[in-house]
Ligand binder design. Sequence first.
Ligand SMILES: Nc1nc(O)c(N)c(N[C@@H]2O[C@H](COP(=O)(O)O)[C@@H](O)[C@H]2O)n1
Ligand SMILES: [Zn+2]
Length: 350
Amino acid sequence: MVEEIQFYEPDELHGFLSNFSPSPITLSNVVWPTSEHYYQAQKFDDPDIQNEILHAPTPDEAFRLSRHYANKVKKDWMDVRHAVMRYIVFEKFRQNNQLAHLLVSTGDKLLTEHSHKDSYWGDGGDGKGQNELGKILMEVRDYFAEREPYNLVHFVDSAKLPTQWGTFQMYGFVEQSTGKEHLALVYGELDANQPPLIRLHSECLTGDALFSARCDCGFQLSRAMENIVNAGSGVLFYLRQEGRGIGLINKIRAYHLQDNGADTVEANEALGFAADMRDYSFCRGMLSFLNIKSVNLMTNNPRKVKALEKAGIDINKRVALQEGNNPHNNGYLKTKAAKLGHMFDDAFIK
Ligand SMILES: Nc1nc(O)c(N)c(N[C@@H]2O[C@H](COP(=O)(O)O)[C@@H](O)[C@H]2O)n1
Ligand SMILES: [Zn+2]
């Protein structure tokens, strides 16, 4: 059975699908507060009426005004209204990344405007209406669903994550090509005009959760979260790429080889893997969801810098994250510098 999403009021679940949802759309330097404002204004040739509808304080008022001027609606309106609706709904999502991601995240569910007032755009309340708005939304969804960055990850849900440093908002994503589950922990309000402080942190169960001193991961993770909170805002991306992409069990095998004298690169290669198997291209989907185009990136790893640049993300600044050097990981850190190009100060790994 096909699953269905019914929407109507903008403040309800899936309210972003409604034309009444507050999603400004800019057309020829004019900012329309909602798609409803634009749609209602197009019924009229009279620029004064259009302007009055443009400046209506709410979409309900824009709707009311169109009824008030019903005798002035242009002659061919019924012929063009569908094209007008399709155009403005497409623009609403094209101009707002997060909404386009949310739309794609509805998958292949049937989208229905559940309106007892409207049996053309909606289902008429009894399910017998034409649901033309739902059909347009599904068309627009098909368009974005096959394009990057919308097809890289699907956003699933979001919740608070209180930590010892402060409360983050945690966003859960599924990577489309692998099914892996990734997180973005957002702290504070992101300013669209300021590059946020971010960290792309690859999962290390042993370092992040089990206090391992064999690597620097756990130390970097806590410092990155602390730095983000101290900066007032930022994002920690927690990427499920355990063991530089070889997985936890293979990492144990690699550790075993290292216990017998191999370094971290030799161990990966002895197991038949490249030194670093990670691919960061899907991160573009999460960054796009959060509307991030430029970042201050906490990393010592040149591959992360290159990967983000390749994904079209501007690196405004690289911020070093040199943490946790200890007798158990000193050799590992030196190999990361010598063989993987990690950028450490001499004083840090001496
Ligand atoms: N394959 C492998 N061998 C080792 O010896 C390791 N210590 C790891 N650790 C993994 O490396 C990732 C973190 O590296 P960066 O600091 O981001 O360069 C993380 O996935 C660890 O699990 N892997
Ligand atoms: Zn680690």
